[in-house]
Design a protein around this ligand. Sequence first.
Ligand code: XMP
Ligand code: MG
Length: 178
Amino acid sequence: MSKIRVHDKFFEPYLSATSIEEKVELIANQINHDYADKNPLFIAVLNGSFMFAADLFKRLTIEAEISFIKLASYKGTKSSGHVITAIGLDAELYGRNVVIVEDIVDTGKTLHKFLPQLHHQQPASLKIAALLYKPEAVIYPVAVDYVGFSIPNKFVVGYGLDYNGLGRNIKEIYRLAD
Ligand code: XMP
Ligand code: MG
């Protein structure tokens, strides 16, 4: 595999399709084990997580449900700062075992701001599965329960992740070349 160009930037191969597949399988096995008989509700955060969520869900052998949301961030009042709202959150979370599915946790801001709204609905449990996690970038601590790959603080594309809309259909994950 060689460098690719997305818009104005060059990206180099980073995680192969096979290594992603193996990792997704590993996470699915853990979840199959941890959630047997719990009928977990997966909430996948669009757009970036669509591919991870689909591949993960296919590998579940337990009873499980899935729903999809989009998170929109807008400026609230001065006191509330940035407010994050979920579009399409139609599921009842009360008493459910919920697993949030994210493509990547970067600064942690999105989930840090959004999780309290989910806790408000009193799920029985609330865990996070993220394919990618950038430990060096974290500003808002978020406990990620299932991590695919911990990666350095470099921008990545592919496997659902985009650079200005492009790159989501690439089977591998590429990172910004120096
Ligand atoms: P935070 O900082 O709130 O960010 O944890 C989470 C969201 O930011 C996007 N993001 C990325 N998207 N390559 C991408 O394509 C990246 O390297 C990257 N880092 C953060 C992503 O939408 C994620 O849900
Ligand atoms: Mg995202």
